[in-house]
Design a protein around this ligand. Structure first.
Ligand SMILES: Cc1cc2nc3c(=O)[nH]c(=O)nc-3n(C[C@H](O)[C@H](O)[C@H](O)COP(=O)(O)O)c2cc1C
Ligand SMILES: [Fe+2]
Ligand SMILES: [Fe+2]
Length: 406
C-alpha cells in the first residue's frame, strides 16, 4: 500500500480491511472495505484528517505510508477528527503516545467522546461551524454535519484544492485498486454501485433526513473532489455523486425504484409452497423481483435491496406464538433503518392459533407501510390460497408501478 497524491502536498493514506471481518461487528464484508485517512501538508503546518482503526495493523500501515511522503508522526501538528467512530480513531491512542502535542480538532459533541474513547483530555480544540484552520498555503474549513453518521460528525473542506473530506458520507464497502471512481472498469463500477448502496443502507440510511440537510449545506461549496473515508474518491461528475446520494436518501420515505423485494422463510415447506404463485403474480405485471431466503441470507444484503424497492413481500410461518425468529430480525433491521412507506404483503402458514401476523402488523404500523393483504393459512395452502397469493402479488406490483410512475 502506498500513499496517493491528490493535489500538491495532499495525500490519501489508507488501510485495506480483509473480507473475513464484520463491519461494526455485524455487516459482512465479502469484498472487504477501505479506510482512508488524509495528510495535508501546508507550508507551515501539517494536518492528518481522519484516522484508521487498529484493525489489521491499521496504524503501522498509516505511519509507514506517512513516512513514504516524508511526514513522521512527530511532524503532525493537527489531527482532525471528522467522526469519532473507532474505525476512524482506533489507532489514535497509539499515535497519541508518540505525539502528545498535536492538537485534536473536533466538534463540541465529539469532545466528550474523545475523553471517553481515547482517554485524552488535553490539546483538544472544539471547532465552530465554518471555522478555518490556516496551514500556510492550505486552509481547512470545518462544517458540522450531525448524524452522518454519529451526532458529532463534521466534514472538512480544503479551500485551495477544493477537496471535501466527507468521512462516512459518500463511503462504500469494497476494496478497489483504483483511487478514483472515474478509473473503475464497467464491472468495478457496478460492484462499487452495489457496495456503495449496501454501505448506505446498512450504515447511513437511518440518518437520511440528516443526509439531505448535509447535502444542501455542502452543495454550494466549490468542490473539485470528494474524499470519503471508505471506498473510492470522486474528482469528476461531483454532481452525479450528489444526485446519486440524494436519491438514496430519498428512498427512506419511498417511493424508491420500481422493484419488489421478496423475503421468505419456511421450516417445513408450507409457507414455501406459495412462493411460485407470489412470483408469478409479480411477474404478471413485469416488475423486477429480488428474492432472498432467511436465515440463509444475511440481513445486510436484504436491507440493500429492500432500501431500493418500493414494494416488499414477506413470507414467514408462526413459531412459538410469534414470527419465525430470523424474519423478526430482518424486520427489526428494516425498522431501525427506516425503510418507511412501502407497499407490502405477507403470506405464511401456522399450526394451531398463529401469532406471526400480530407481530407483522406492528411493523406495518410503525413503518407506515401500506399492506395490500395477507394470505395466512393453517397447515398447507389450498387452491384458494394460491389464487389469493397470485392476486395480491399482482396487485402489489400494480400499486408499485402506479406509485413510482406518478
Ligand atoms: C418450533 C415450532 C414452533 C411453532 N410454534 C407455533 C405457534 O406458536 N403457533 C402456531 O400456530 N404454530 C406454530 N408452529 C407450527 C408452524 O407454524 C406450522 O408447522 C407451519 O405450517 C410451518 O410453516 P412452514 O412449513 O412454512 O415452516 C410451530 C412450529 C414449530 C416447528
Ligand atoms: Fe461511522
Ligand atoms: Fe466509517
Amino acid at each position: 500500500m502506498h500513499p496517493d497524491q491528490l493535489a500538491k502536498n495532499i495525500w490519501r493514506v489508507h488501510t485495506r480491511i480483509g473480507t473475513h471481518d464484520l463491519f461494526e461487528g455485524i455487516w459482512p464484508l465479502p469484498e472487504g472495505v477501505l479506510i482512508n485517512a488524509y495528510v495535508v501538508k501546508g507550508s507551515r503546518k501539517t494536518a492528518l484528517i481522519d484516522f484508521v482503526c487498529d484493525w489489521e495493523n491499521g496504524e503501522s500501515d498509516l505511519t509507514g505510508q506517512m513516512e513514504e511522503i516524508g511526514v513522521k508522526v512527530a511532524d503532525v501538528d493537527y489531527v482532525v477528527i471528522n467522526h469519532m467512530e473507532p474505525d476512524h480513531t482506533g489507532a489514535l491512542v497509539d499515535f497519541r503516545k508518540k505525539n502528545k502535542t498535536a492538537q485534536i480538532y473536533c466538534t463540541k459533541k465529539a469532545e466528550p467522546l474523545v475523553h471517553h474513547f481515547l482517554r485524552v483530555t488535553d490539546n483538544i480544540h472544539v471547532i465552530e461551524d465554518g471555522e478555518e484552520l490556516d496551514l500556510g498555503d492550505r486552509t481547512l474549513v470545518f462544517y458540522e454535519t450531525p448524524n452522518i453518521h454519529w451526532p458529532e460528525t463534521m466534514m472538512t473542506f480544503e479551500r485551495e484544492s477544493g477537496i471535501l473530506f466527507s468521512c462516512d458520507a459518500f463511503g462504500s464497502f469494497g476494496l478497489f485498486d483504483h483511487t478514483f471512481e472515474d478509473e473503475l472498469s464497467e464491472d468495478e463500477r457496478e460492484l462499487y454501485r452495489q457496495e456503495g448502496e449496501r454501505y448506505y443502507s446498512n450504515i447511513v440510511s437511518t440518518f437520511s433526513t440528516f443526509v439531505q440537510k448535509g447535502l444542501a449545506k455542502l452543495a454550494p461549496l466549490p468542490i473539485t473532489m470528494v474524499a470519503p473515508s471508505h471506498g473510492v474518491l470522486w474528482r469528476k461528475d461531483i454532481e452525479r455523486l450528489f444526485s446519486w446520494y440524494g436519491k438514496l436518501a430519498r428512498y427512506m420515505n419511498g417511493p424508491a425504484e420500481e422493484e419488489i423485494t421478496l423475503v421468505w422463510s419456511s421450516m417445513y415447506g408450507n409457507t414455501e409452497s406459495l412462493l411460485e404463485s407470489v412470483k408469478a403474480g409479480v411477474a404478471s405485471e413485469g416488475v423486477k423481483l429480488h428474492i432472498f431466503r432467511v436465515p440463509q441470507t444475511h440481513a445486510s444484503f436484504i436491507l440493500e435491496y429492500a432500501w431500493r424497492s418500493s414494494g416488499l413481500i414477506f413470507g414467514m410461518p408462526t413459531y412459538e406464538y410469534k414470527m419465525f425468529p430470523p424474519m423478526y430480525h430482518v424486520l427489526d433491521i428494516l425498522e431501525r433503518s427506516r425503510v418507511n412507506k412501502r407497499k407490502v404483503m405477507r403470506f405464511g402458514s401456522f399450526g394451531w392459533s398463529g401469532g406471526a401476523q400480530k407481530q407483522f402488523d406492528q411493523f406495518v404500523e410503525t413503518l407506515k407501510w401500506d399492506c395490500v393483504g395477507t394470505v395466512e393459512f393453517q397447515g398447507a395452502p389450498t387452491e384458494e390460497d394460491q389464487k389469493k397469493a397470485f392476486e395480491y402479488a399482482a396487485e402489489l406490483a400494480r400499486q408499485v408501478k402506479a406509485e413510482v410512475r406518478t
